[in-house]
Design a protein around this ligand. Structure first.
Ligand SMILES: *[C@@H]1O[C@H](CO)[C@@H](O)[C@H](O)[C@H]1NC(C)=O
Ligand SMILES: *[C@@H]1O[C@H](CO)[C@@H](O)[C@H](O)[C@H]1NC(C)=O
Ligand SMILES: *[C@@H]1O[C@H](CO)[C@@H](O)[C@H](O)[C@H]1NC(C)=O
Ligand SMILES: *[C@@H]1O[C@H](CO)[C@@H](O)[C@H](O)[C@H]1NC(C)=O
Ligand SMILES: *[C@@H]1O[C@H](CO)[C@@H](O)[C@H](O)[C@H]1NC(C)=O
Ligand SMILES: *[C@@H]1O[C@H](CO)[C@@H](O)[C@H](O)[C@H]1NC(C)=O
Ligand SMILES: *[C@@H]1O[C@H](CO)[C@@H](O)[C@H](O)[C@H]1NC(C)=O
Ligand SMILES: *[C@@H]1O[C@H](CO)[C@@H](O)[C@H](O)[C@H]1NC(C)=O
Ligand SMILES: *[C@@H]1O[C@H](CO)[C@@H](O)[C@H](O)[C@H]1NC(C)=O
Length: 783
């Protein structure tokens, strides 16, 4: 196909050759750096992230900054002169982003031909084609959270509710007018804040201090994006995550009359800096994510919370969460990211780099209870978001559609279900759509049976007709009653929100599981936090038909590891306030070594099958904010400390240098390599890869508890492994003192463990228990 732009570029290249290097200087036009809004693009160009070598002294002398250098590199491949740039709008938009912090490279639109030419340049490292990331909410979003847990008051006192801490959220938009983002009573942001509010100035305040949209890359693949897309009124997901992390107190929050009291985020006095990088129904563009982190770090955020990820485990040097995350920790910014929603299958995690806090999801103890009363007088509990004042009255006939899932209008034959209660299995379309179809067919109510893999967990949604959602096992009971009873009937009793559900928290069925696919020797997820039925702010509730004049509901319950990550972002802000000098690694360690491993029945936290959850689902356990603020000891790290680890993972120098940019390049040959088990991580994974099946893990602990304190080690492991800790006692004399220990793990019978062995290592003093999960696996260190 002969495209005019393509031809033009070929022509220009001839000019470049003829005019040689002298032309280059002309190309340092800021116009090339600032992307223009033109859409004069004829489809031959595609987005690439281009990674380049570090600038030489020569490059630095020639160019005032890295952006102008990047612009000149790009120009040298295709466009030749400033005039041409100005004359050809498509050429002006070639440079989408020039990154300053997160990666040494730029995003640009190029033809394959140009890419090929570029790949021969001495400065070229590699180019990655565009990638779409996704928000990590389940598509049957859900409810409830740990709002107002009984012990939060004490922690808020110590941390002053995160006052002065800035939490950066990357998400799909934010409804700025939500009461959760009311600035009343908030102090102005600290002087270091350099960010922007691209909203109407009246909309940002001392709570929502920044709001920007990133779509310069996305706009090329999703043409519908408005230009500029300001995150003013959209943002189901981003409003929810932001208010979870740092929402202000909102009294009398409720979802359809299911009163939940005062809603608040984890850090009610922290500031929110919002970065829109995702677009509803579309996704999040990798290069926009990188640009937002690039800015957020310069803006002065303290915490970053990312509820997004790729579908797959991505190499740490190709992934924006990992690349941005490294630059974040290099700048003392704590970063947490959602673990993914593709559990319970193993090896489904995303966001696996060790410098991130990878957050899985748990259930909380709140349920929205409703019962199904069957004609045989039995009463079975499920959950419902219907207003507890809803009444069903007399029992109604109970029916099923032909295929059981109620997934299409044609099977919901009106005469069959009018005035009746229909029972529907999961599958086909979402249950909220099924409710709309059932309503059109005149059904009186609906029972939705959850998937078997969800075990006892139910994720209630608002439905157009009275609906009770039941666990799979309960659904089977109802169906067997229907089979044995000729005139099966049922009615519903709505009971509203109830707390103290036994056996909570539990691992959420959808929460992604390890092992870590990119670094087997680092246990992921790091921990779990509330991610099922989390109540937080929304612009309005989706999937619901409101009565005329009804007030638009401002809170909804959603579920996903997306909801768990901002809980940890908010809690990290509280710790940051209490301990402003702690490194991101120290905060992460505090969160992990104090996590709970038992539920409210004091039994090991269960998975959806009712059995104790494995470390691959649970990580270090369920976050306990109250304990995390005073952990006793921490496993500290500097950003540079991850470099020998990356070398140990056999990353090439190029990849290592991509990750650690803007730190000066290193060569692994010049460094000692670190095995994964020797990284100073708060959890321990021993890989017993070859006879005699012994591994050693070294660790350093920093005293942040009492100046003078003695810790004694306690190891609990099954008899199949033997563990020795040296020294078994650590005596600290001053605060911030660092002491080392090493753990030797041996297979007791001299053979590789047949299945993963789980134990724990605790350093115990009078006041503190500093616990690390200890996982022993067979196989190789390779990912
Ligand atoms: C880089 O330098 C150019 C001038 O050479 C200037 O116009 C541009 O704003 C600078 N960019 C940044 C990010 O400082
Ligand atoms: C909160 O902190 C203040 C001062 O630090 C203290 O006087 C007060 O007792 C604390 N309140 C609670 C509930 O711990
Ligand atoms: C900014 O918001 C105020 C108050 O909502 C409104 O009156 C004004 O028209 C808005 N300005 C713009 C430019 O949207
Ligand atoms: C909450 O709602 C109740 C009942 O509608 C009302 O009496 C109370 O004043 C409300 N509280 C606040 C703080 O709005
Ligand atoms: C951890 O290491 C960092 C970087 O060396 C240091 O600034 C910090 O004080 C150390 N201790 C803690 C508790 O963060
Ligand atoms: C690695 O060491 C060699 C020899 O000492 C030195 O020439 C080289 O510059 C070093 N490379 C890096 C990237 O530090
Ligand atoms: C681990 O610790 C032992 C004992 O202190 C030491 O001999 C060994 O060199 C250490 N290994 C690493 C990789 O630091
Ligand atoms: C602890 O280990 C680190 C390296 O892991 C080492 O630099 C430091 O010297 C050790 N400290 C002591 C007291 O042995
Ligand atoms: C790195 O390469 C070495 C040598 O090929 C190999 O023994 C080792 O297992 C590799 N490590 C990882 C983590 O892949």
């Amino acid at each position: 196909m002969d495209n005019p732009i393509h031809r033009r570029c070929a022509l220009l290249r001839l000019v470049v050759r003829a005019a040689a290097a002298a032309v280059l200087l002309l190309l340092l036009s800021p116009a090339a750096v600032t992307p223009a809004a033109g859409h004069n693009d004829h489809g031959v160009h595609k987005n690439y992230l281009v990674i380049v070598r570090s600038p030489y002294e020569y490059d630095k002398k020639l160019h005032q900054n890295v952006s102008s250098w990047h612009a000149s590199l790009l120009s040298s491949v295709c466009d030749s002169a400033k005039e041409t740039l100005e004359a050809d709008p498509s050429a002006m938009t070639r440079l989408i982003y020039s990154y300053r912090n997160v990666v040494n490279g730029f995003a640009a639109r190029m033809t394959l031909e140009e890419l090929e030419k570029m790949s021969k340049m001495d400065w070229f490292d590699r180019a990655l084609p565009e990638q779409t990331y996704h928000l990590l909410t389940t598509h049957t979003p859900e409810m409830l959270g740990l709002m107002g847990g009984p012990r939060r008051g004490g922690l808020w006192n110590t941390s002053n509710m995160g006052e002065g801490v800035i939490i950066g959220i990357l998400d799909d938009g934010i409804y700025a007018g939500h009461p959760s983002f009311d600035g009343a009573g908030m102090k102005p942001p600290p002087a270091k804040w350099k960010g922007r509010c691209d909203f109407n100035k009246t909309v940002c305040n001392n709570k929502l201090i920044g709001a920007r949209s990133y779509f310069e890359s996305a706009k090329w693949k999703w043409k519908g994006l408005r230009d500029p897309v300001l995150p003013i009124s959209e943002g189901q997901h981003g409003t929810h995550t932001s208010s979870t992390a740092a929402g202000a107190f909102v009294p009398n929050a409720s979802v359809f009359g299911n009163g939940v009291g005062t809603a608040t985020g984890m850090a009610p006095r922290a500031h929110i800096a919002f970065y829109q990088v995702c677009y509803e129904q579309k996704g999040c563009d990798r290069d926009d994510i990188l640009a937002a982190v690039d800015d957020a770090i310069e803006d002065g955020v303290d915490i970053l919370s990312l509820s997004l990820g790729h579908e797959d485990a991505v190499d740490f040097s190709d992934d924006p969460v990992s690349l941005g995350g490294y630059t974040a920790i290099l700048n003392g910014v704590f970063i947490c990211a959602a673990a993914g929603n593709t559990g319970p299958s193993p090896a489904t995690l995303v966001n696996e780099a060790p410098w991130l806090l990878t957050v899985g999801a748990s259930t909380s103890d709140r349920r929205f209870v409703a019962s199904v009363k069957l004609g045989d007088k039995s009463e079975l509990d499920g959950e419902s978001l219907n207003d507890p004042k809803t009444t069903m009255g007399d029992p109604r006939p109970l029916v099923q559609d032909v295929d059981g899932t109620c997934a299409s209008e044609s099977v919901l034959l009106a005469q069959k279900i009018t005035g009746k209660i229909i029972i529907c299995d999961a599958g086909g379309v979402v249950s909220t759509e099924k409710a709309k179809m059932a309503k059109r067919a005149g059904a009186a109510g609906m029972i939705v049976v959850s998937p078997e893999v969800f075990g006892p967990v139910v994720i209630p949604r608002p439905h157009a007709i009275p609906t009770v959602q039941v666990p799979y096992a309960t659904g089977q009971k109802i169906k067997s009653y229907m089979q044995t009873s000729r005139d099966a009937t049922a009615t519903f009793v709505f009971k509203g929100s109830m707390f103290k559900t036994p056996q909570s928290p539990m691992v959420a069925p959808f929460s992604s599981r390890g092992p870590n696919r990119r670094s087997r020797g680092i246990l992921k997820p790091d921990l779990i936090g509330p991610g099922v039925n989390v109540l937080a702010g929304v612009p309005s509730i989706e999937d619901v038909e409101l009565a005329p004049k009804a007030e638009v509901p401002r809170f909804d319950i959603k579920s996903g590891t997306s909801m768990a990550a901002p809980h940890l972002g908010g809690i990290a802000a509280l710790i940051k306030h209490a301990h402003p000098t702690w490194s991101p690694a120290a905060i992460k360690s505090a969160l992990m070594t104090t996590a709970e491993t038992t539920d409210n029945l004091r039994k090991p936290i269960a998975d959806v099958d009712g059995k104790p959850a494995t470390f691959l689902a649970l990580g270090a356990g369920h976050v306990n904010p109250q304990k995390a603020i005073d952990p006793g000891l921490v496993y500290n790290m500097t950003a540079a400390g991850y470099v020998p680890y990356l070398c140990g993972l056999n990353y090439t120098d190029q990849k290592v240098n991509t990750i650690i940019y803007p730190e000066p390049p290193v060569s692994c040959a010049n460094l000692s390599r670190l095995e994964q088990d020797d990284l100073n991580y708060p959890s321990i994974t021993a890989i017993l890869d070859q006879p005699p099946f012994t591994a050693t893990a070294n660790r350093s602990v920093t005293n942040v508890g009492a100046a003078s304190s003695t810790y004694v080690v306690e190891v609990e492991v099954p008899a199949s492994v033997k563990v020795e800790v040296n020294p078994p006692k650590l005596t600290f004399r001053v605060l911030d003192e660092v002491l080392n220990y090493s753990v030797t793990i041996k297979s007791a019978d001299g053979r590789a463990p047949a299945s993963p062995v789980e134990g724990q290592l605790k350093w115990v003093s009078g006041k503190y228990v500093v616990r690390s999960p200890l996982l022993v696996v067979a196989g190789t260190r390779q990912a």
